[in-house]
Ligand binder design. Sequence first.
Ligand code: GDP
Length: 450
Amino acid sequence: MNDTITAISTALGVGAISIIRVSGKDAIKIVNGITKRKKLDKVESHTINYDYIVDGDNVIDEVLISVMKAPRTFTMEDVVEINAHGGISTTNYILKLLLKNGCRLAEPGEFTKRAFLNGRIDLTEAEGVMDLINAKTDKSHKLAINQLNGKTSNLIKELRQDIIEILANIEVNIDYPEYEDIVDLKTKDIGPKMDNLLKKINKILNDSNNAILINDGIKTSIIGKPNVGKSSLLNRLLNEDKAIVTDIEGTTRDIVEGKISLDGLLLNIIDTAGIRETDNLVESIGVKKSLELIDNSDLILYVLNNNTELSDSEKEILDKLKDKNYIIVINKSDLPNKLTLPEGIKNVVQISALNDTGIDELKAKIKEIYNLEEIEVEDMTYLSNARSIALIEEAKNLLEEANKNIESDIPVDMVEIDIKEAWSKLGEIIGETYQEELIDQLFSQFCLGK
Ligand code: GDP
């Protein structure tokens, strides 16, 4: 962290301007060294300065240079930004000059990492920065802003505060067992406090799962027996939607056949080619493949043929769908009806892929299942990545365990271990878990008068 880092902050290509950012204790000195006027060490903080970048006697570019002195900067270090003309060779030339004069090339995300290490932002806010850069829809953009402005971190801090209060109650109990009135953990403060805490955690988990759907899209499989019309349906869905999102590397591990955006709801249709290949094979292989897809998808569009009776294997698959998000798509409704569904099957839509009827109803059904229109994005506080979600889930499990133990009269110091662990897990989410901190906080908040 003692060195001065630099990187081109704008996308590399031909544009009107490009920005080269420098951060670190020598930022002003190094940039000043490659300017013509050499006045940057005397200017006020947070000013924009007109100058030229020079390499010896050669003028490289006419530029505007922002000088921002620590600590009121993104990294909390001295930051200098050079607004150069946006050609690739000029921008690279300036970058090379900076490297020659004492800067180190920044690693990806290193400016944000410094902002975190210097205490300017916490981990969830840093993740918010990343999400904002990667946001693909209006909804995901709004979600990222919520995270960036600290809403998520504040909530995590609030949860940890709740835990501290619960722990303080327990400490009182251990240190002053003679006070009978605070011994009863179950009925006094702790039980209700725990319930409240768990309720908040469940809300965050729920919001987070919805956020993942908004950001990454819904893994959707179209399954069904050969010739029921799966490809015809896929083509209808893809062709009708003009806003097909291009495949972006790394967004999903599955092979995506196509992406469909339904009013901000992104469907990733995952590759069902495996099933089509089994056309000529025994049906059981098709069933096995379908079951695998059911397990690996968020949403299943199960296509049946209106013109044939339900087969045994189809009944088997219907049975397996019960615990998933599914839609039964009865295709070929232009042909005479020979299909009857068993009792209790919900989410049925009739279509004709051939005549293009029922597709809108199908889309409406998908939106209804996910109900995303109802979600007020502004109110959502969420965790955007698997790391944070796994941590909050661990915290939840620990607290549930503690809650159970409180109820079954396990000694409080045993219960305390789980609660402290949950506190640490939440701290890892925002990147600030230290056991000493727990102790300090306990003492600073709950002076017991001794
Ligand atoms: P897949 O094997 O499930 O992918 O089925 P296809 O989409 O290849 O369709 C199989 C056959 O059914 C093709 O000949 C289609 O033209 C036909 N087909 C698809 N949808 C309909 C429909 O809604 N009505 C009728 N009558 N035929 C359809």
